[in-house]
Design a protein. Sequence first.
Length: 138
Amino acid sequence: MDEWSKSFVESLESLVDVVDEVVVEVADIIEDFAEEWQNTIGAEIDKCLEDIFEPIIEIYLELEYDEIDMTTDSDMGFTYPGDPTPERHPACIGCRHYHGQVYGGNLLVCGMHPYGWDGENCPDWESNPSSYDDFNPF
């Protein structure tokens, strides 16, 4: 029996060595495949994504620069921020909601009517207080 158990242990050890060699060979094959895939297919995917997103980024940056240029040019060329007149926004004269500030080259008249009221009597008109002491928003 002693010989049989010795032979069995030797067989198991040789089986372990063979399995170890197979695992190492499979790991090498997988590593080589992964490296080859990264070098070929991964590079192709990177190139494809770059081809797709590069024009989008260029367009975005051009629009952003154009918007910056348009905003500064338009704001400088806007000639009439200020109080309403009988010729320009007559329904807003004396209204507490009149804003009259320029944003991106556009005059914001008020929150309810951003471009101003077309008629003479605005339905949202409220008297502007004569001093800030009289004004209580709450």
